[in-house]
Design a protein around this ligand. Structure first.
Ligand code: FES
Ligand code: FE2
Length: 422
C-alpha cells in the first residue's frame, strides 16, 4: 500500500516477516489469562501497512493513477465470515466484552467543552456519563447511583454536581459522593467509598474515548497513528441518534467499501464519484477508505504544493471496533454503532463544521448543514434500506457465510481484527 520507495518497501517486507514470526510466537505462547497484551497490535501496525496515513497529495496522486489505469486498491485476502456470527447471542456477548476492553469513542471533546458539561449514553450495554471536571479533565462514570442504582443523569447538560432524582444523593464532577439527605439513616456509611464507579477516559485528537474494563495493556497505544480528528476551531452543530434494524456489523460494513457505490447509490453519490475506485489504508486495527469525487480530475494539472483536497475526496475512518468518522467536504461526522441486540443497532452521530481556512463561520455552518442533509437524506437512507434487507434474510439459511472479496479490504481487515481480539 502507498506510493513507497524501494527501500521503504524492503523495510516493509522485513517488518512483515518480523511481525508474522512474532504473531506466531504470540499464538503459541500467548497469555493464558485471557488478557490481551497490546504489543501484537503495535507490531501489526508495521505489518506492511503504514501506521501513518498518506498525505492528501499522495492520496490524490494515487486516485489519479487509478482513474488513468482503470484500477483501484485491492486487498490480498478474500474472507469468509460465518453468518452465525451475525445472529448468535453468545457472539454478541463476546463482541460487547471486546468493546468494553477497547478504547471506544464516546463523543467529540466539543460535546463537553466546558466544566460541568456532560453527556450520557450506553456503551456495550453500560449506561455511562462523560463529564468535564472543574480541573478541565474529562472523566467517565457508570450512570448508576451508589444508593439503589438508578441513573443519576439523563440526556446531556451542564451541572455543578449530579443529584440523584430518586432520594437526592449528590455527586461531584469528579464522582465523589458529596451529600446524603438524612444521613443519620445510614450510620455505617463511608462516603469516601461510595463515589460513582469510574471508567478510564482518554481524551485525544479531539475525541473522548472510554475504556470500561481491564484486559489490554496500555489501551491508549491502540489509538497510535490516528490523526487529530477535531480542533477547537470546529463547531459541533448537530447530534442525532436513530435505530437501524440490523446487526451492527452489517451496518458498519456498508460504510467501508466502495464496491457498492454505483449499484446502490446510482442517483445520489455515484454521479459525483466513481464505480469501485478507492484508496485503502490500514492503521493498526483501524482503517481508512478514500472516496474520490470526479472533481479530483481537475487537480491533475495543479502543482502538488497548490492542491487543496477539499471537495475532491472524502475520507471514511473506521475506528475499530464500532466507530466511524466520515470527513466530507463541509463537515465531519463521528458515528457510534451501539448494538442493542443481535438485530438492532443504535447509531449516534455528532457532526462538526469545518472552519479551517473559512473565515466566515456562518457560511461554514450553512455549508455543513447542507452537506449533512444531503448525506443523511440520500445515500445513508439507501444504505440503511439495504442492510435492513440483508438482516431480514439473515436467518433464511440462504447463506452460511458471507464472502468479502478483493474490493472490500477494510471489511476483511475488520473481521480479521475481530477474530484476533475476540
Ligand atoms: S437511588 Fe439514588 S439516592 Fe436513592
Ligand atoms: Fe453506501
Amino acid at each position: 500500500m502507498g506510493a513507497e520507495s524501494e527501500p521503504a518497501r524492503e523495510i516493509g517486507k522485513f517488518f512483515q516477516l518480523f511481525s508474522l514470526l512474532f504473531s506466531r510466537f504470540f499464538l503459541v505462547f500467548g497469555r493464558r489469562d485471557g488478557k490481551i497484551p497490546s504489543w501484537p497490535v503495535v507490531i501489526f501496525r508495521l505489518d506492511g501497512f503504514m501506521a501513518l496515513y498518506l498525505s492528501d497529495n499522495d492520496v490524490i496522486d494515487r486516485v489519479l493513477a487509478h482513474i488513468k489505469n482503470g484500477t483501484t486498491d485491492r486487498g490480498e485476502t478474500v474472507w469468509q465470515e460465518p453468518v452465525e456470527n451475525y445472529v448468535r447471542q453468545d457472539r454478541l456477548d463476546k463482541e460487547r466484552a471486546l468493546f468494553r476492553r477497547f478504547p471506544t469513542a464516546a463523543c467529540p471533546s466539543a460535546a463537553i467543552r466546558n466544566h460541568g458539561d456532560y453527556i450520557t449514553y450506553a456503551a456495550a450495554g453500560t449506561p455511562l456519563i462523560i463529564t468535564r471536571g472543574k480541573d478541565g479533565i474529562a472523566r467517565g462514570f457508570k450512570n448508576a447511583c451508589r444508593h439503589r442504582g438508578t441513573k443519576i443523569a439523563k440526556d446531556h447538560g451542564c451541572v455543578g454536581a449530579f443529584v440523584c432524582p430518586y432520594h437526592g444523593w449528590s455527586y461531584g464532577l469528579d464522582g465523589a459522593l458529596l451529600g446524603v439527605p438524612h444521613e443519620d439513616g445510614f450510620p455505617e456509611l463511608d462516603k469516601s467509598k461510595l463515589g460513582l464507579a469510574e471508567v478510564t477516559v482518554i481524551e485525544k485528537g479531539g475525541l473522548v474515548y472510554v475504556v470500561q474494563e481491564d484486559g489490554i495493556e496500555n489501551p491508549e497505544s491502540l489509538l497510535d497513528g490516528l490523526p487529530e480528528f477535531f480542533t477547537d476551531e470546529q463547531e459541533m452543530f448537530a447530534k442525532a441518534d436513530g435505530i437501524v434494524e440490523s446487526n451492527w456489523k452489517l451496518f458498519l460494513e456498508s460504510f467501508i467499501e466502495g464496491y457498492h457505490i454505483k449499484p446502490a447509490h446510482g442517483k445520489t453519490f455515484y454521479p459525483f464519484g466513481y464505480d469501485n475506485l478507492n484508496v485503502i489504508e490500514m492503521c493498526g486495527a483501524h482503517s481508512r477508505i478514500t472516496y474520490p469525487f470526479r472533481r479530483i480530475e481537475k487537480l491533475a494539472d495543479v502543482p502538488a504544493d497548490k492542491r487543496d483536497a477539499t471537495g475532491s475526496l472524502s475520507y471514511l475512518y473506521q475506528m475499530f471496533p464500532n466507530v466511524i468518522i466520515s470527513q466530507l467536504t463541509h463537515h465531519t461526522t463521528l458515528g457510534i454503532l451501539e448494538p442493542m441486540d443481535t438485530d438492532r443497532t443504535k447509531f449516534t452521530t455528532y457532526s462538526m463544521t469545518h472552519t479551517r481556512g473559512q473565515a466566515d463561520k456562518k457560511s461554514a455552518l450553512e455549508n455543513a448543514r447542507r452537506d449533512r442533509e444531503f448525506v443523511s437524506q440520500t445515500g445513508q437512507e439507501e444504505d440503511i434500506d439495504l442492510v435492513e434487507a440483508s438482516q431480514q434474510a439473515l436467518r433464511s439459511g440462504a447463506n452460511t457465510h458471507f464472502t468479502f472479496g478483493h474490493f472490500e479490504p477494510c471489511i476483511v481487515h475488520f473481521h480479521q481484527q475481530m477474530a484476533r481480539f475476540i
